[in-house]
Design a protein around this ligand. Structure first.
Ligand code: PBG
Length: 325
């Protein structure tokens, strides 16, 4: 069969018709909102490269989280801007560190919201790398100990999910072991399993104050040219006990999202990262495209590729739009 019997346009004649045959739909329950928490009180400091995104003190963040919960968004993921940084990133595993305080406050003020914590050293080290430096290199096995301690303090503070983003080998194993040894066998690990060394993290590094002071992250984050290696990274994390597999960034890596969905029986998350967000905002400001439509199209594409969960700075805006229909 073919034209003129087949006319695909027949099913596009009205919005009702299009809605009826739509293959992919977004819902507020697909999203996780990333948040940046800093010390102080009543602080809401705009991030220059990410209009609409702020560093917030715990009190402000608690109010934000109540709104997030009321919009039907299931969770937030927290990034910390610590009081001070040092070579070992010791604030990362301080029980009274900024993220640990924020988790306790948010859990006390909300009922259903899932609090996910990013587990990494880069926000806490003075050199800005994601682990402990030996010579010129990030030392993999030594870093595992610190990451495990960090995750444990997050779980103790009440984190519902821990999400390691450092890309050290063996970190899922290290986290699972310390969590289980301390009675947190029910805290899931959302692994940043397939995380590429991407230019799209640029704005985030301003938001989290975490740009590396020397070198780059190419010896631990993945080469953007590699697809099969993504399957290997995901497989290792599954073997080590990852509960949710994340791909990051999202839009430039839809093939990887699709690969993970087809090859593993774990929920797939995708991180629609800072640069993906800022790019749309900037083009919209210039009047070059409709930012709202570009947002919905991007999020829909990420879901269509296979993502069950989307981490996005657009979570609130998209949830509000979906509510209005
Ligand atoms: C920490 C981390 C980064 C992001 C999430 N966790 C930055 C990086 O790896 O340099 C980026 C998120 C974003 O760009 O929105 N390792």
């Amino acid at each position: 069969m073919g034209f003129p019997v087949d006319r695909p346009r027949r099913l596009r004649t009205s919005e009702t018709m299009r809605k009826m045959v739509r293959e992919t739909t977004l819902s507020a329950s697909d999203f996780i909102l990333p948040l940046f928490v800093c010390e102080g009180e009543n602080v809401k400091k705009p991030v220059g490269s990410m209009p609409g995104v702020y560093q917030m003190s715990v009190d402000v963040m608690v109010e934000e989280c109540k709104e997030v919960e009321s919009l039907g968004i299931p969770g937030v993921i927290l990034f910390g801007i610590p009081a001070f940084k040092d070579a070992m990133g010791t604030e990362a595993y301080n029980e009274n560190g900024i993220v640990q305080k924020a988790v306790r406050a948010i859990k006390a003020a909300t009922t259903k919201l899932l609090v996910v914590t990013d587990v990494c050293m880069c926000e806490y080290t003075d050199h800005g790398h994601c682990g402990i430096i030996k010579g010129e290199e990030v030392d993999n096995d030594e870093t595992l100990v610190h990451l495990a301690n960090e995750a444990l303090t997050h779980a103790k503070a009440g984190a519902d999910i821990v999400a390691p983003s450092d890309m050290m080998d063996g970190r899922i194993d290290a986290l699972r072991e310390i969590l289980d040894d301390n009675g947190f066998e029910n805290v899931p690990i959302m692994s940043y399993a397939v995380k590429y060394c991407s230019s799209f993290y640029g704005p985030f590094r301003e938001a989290a104050e975490s740009a590396p002071s020397f070198g780059d992250r190419k010896t631990y984050q993945m080469d953007p040219a590699n697809r099969r290696e993504g399957l290997k990274e995901a497989e290792l994390d599954v073997l080590e006990g990852a509960d949710i597999l994340m791909v990051k960034p999202a839009l430039p890596y839809l093939d990887i999202i699709s690969d993970l969905k087809q090859n593993f029986d774990r929920p797939v998350a995708a991180y629609h990262v800072s640069g993906e967000y800022s790019m749309i905002i900037a083009a919209d400001k210039m009047g070059w495209l409709d930012g709202h439509r570009a947002m919905m199209e991007s999020l829909t594409s990420i879901k269509r590729a296979g993502a069950d969960i989307i981490l996005t700075y657009y979570a609130k805006e998209a949830a509000k739009a979906l509510k209005e229909g």
